[in-house]
Ligand binder design. Structure first.
Ligand SMILES: O=c1[nH]c(=O)c2[nH]c(=O)[nH]c2[nH]1
Length: 322
């Protein structure tokens, strides 16, 4: 159970909706004119093929009779919600996951007055550009895309009825499914050594980390991407983690997370907070008697270690004054 469910224990839970709504849109509006950062060559996305798996959760007091009396007169069928989302994917003229969620969620609130709030979230279904030979070089095909099993952008918005259209009550953006392996220059030493400790200290492990990163903007409108200069692309955040991982000899995943968080907050003054969910998939050394740094490694057994951490601008301020 998440923290928010725990803290709202006194309130009645009542909502319904549709999840796992896969939406594919070809020839969407390109994401252009984003600000570039030193850690990344990402400067935009053509959106020739844009995929999302969306979840829509609808709330409203008027839905109580549907639960208590079997009275469906106010119920918009979840099947219709799916149709609504798919139809309006053809009308959206923006270029981001969050922008689409805002567009569809706001229209839904406008269309159905019995709805008090919608929680919209989506994972991007990513596709890779495929290099093909063109004019004596390799260029990204504008026709053929690879189905990607890598990281993907995430967005979440909680929309209520505002004075003038919808209001963004809460938001969260992210990149999930990052998996990185650094073959050497990682240590894990100095941890508690007592009668339960069997793990040997390692000065140079091969570290395999899986990570999801989430962020919030000081002004939630910046999450939508209408002003691309203030938008934080998931691709750049992914590139920040891999750059920090490349540059630093970290003593733990905890330290990698913290240093990555500082870099993200530094690069994007428009962000309010950043949070991490990581887990450790580090392979087990089978042989290290090879020439040089070579090793043979195998999959780790269960159980799995994890790290969660959230940061805001005060962490950056502390670093500046330290
Ligand atoms: O980066 C790590 N952090 C830990 O807290 C931990 N614990 C452990 O057994 N291995 C690791 N690695």
């Amino acid at each position: 159970m998440s923290e928010s469910e725990l803290s709202n224990a006194d309130e009645r839970t009542m909502n319904y909706g549709k999840e796992k709504v896969a939406v594919y849109r070809t020839y969407g509006t390109p994401l252009e004119d984003v600000r570039t950062i030193p850690e990344s060559d990402f400067d935009g996305r053509n959106n020739i093929l844009f995929g999302l798996e969306l979840r829509m959760q609808v709330e409203g007091e008027e839905f109580l009779p549907s639960f208590s009396d079997g009275d469906n007169s106010m119920v918009v069928a979840t099947d219709s919600m799916k149709n609504f989302v798919l139809h309006h994917a053809g009308e959206y003229d923006g270029a981001t996951v969050e922008g689409f969620l805002h567009f569809v969620g706001s229209l839904f609130l406008e269309t159905y007055s019995q709805v008090d709030a919608v929680q919209m979230s989506a994972d991007e279904l990513p596709f890779d550009e495929q290099p093909v030979p063109e004019n004596d070089a390799f260029e990204a095909s504008d026709l053929v895309f690879g189905v990607s099993h890598g990281e993907s952008a995430f967005g979440e918005l909680y929309l209520t009825r505002g004075d003038d259209g919808s209001a963004i009550e809460n938001h969260r953006s992210g990149v999930t499914g990052i998996e990185l392996v650094k073959v050497k220059d990682n240590s894990f030493v100095g941890y508690v050594d007592d009668e339960y400790t069997t793990l040997p200290e390692r000065e140079n492990r091969t570290l395999y980390v899986a990570m999801d990163i989430f962020w919030t903007y000081a002004d939630s409108v910046d999450a939508l991407g209408d002003d691309p200069q203030r938008y934080v692309p998931a691709e750049q955040v992914r590139d920040i983690v891999q750059t920090v991982f490349h540059e630093l000899d970290v003593n733990s995943i905890q330290e990698l997370i913290y240093q990555t968080g500082l870099r993200i907050l530094e690069r994007y003054p428009q962000l309010e907070s950043v949070s991490f969910e990581a887990n450790n998939r580090t392979w087990i050394k089978e042989r290290d008697d090879l020439d040089g740094d070579g090793k043979v490694l195998r999959e780790p057994p269960r159980p799995t270690g994890f790290q969660q951490f959230s940061m805001d601008r005060s962490d950056l301020d502390e670093e500046d004054t330290a």
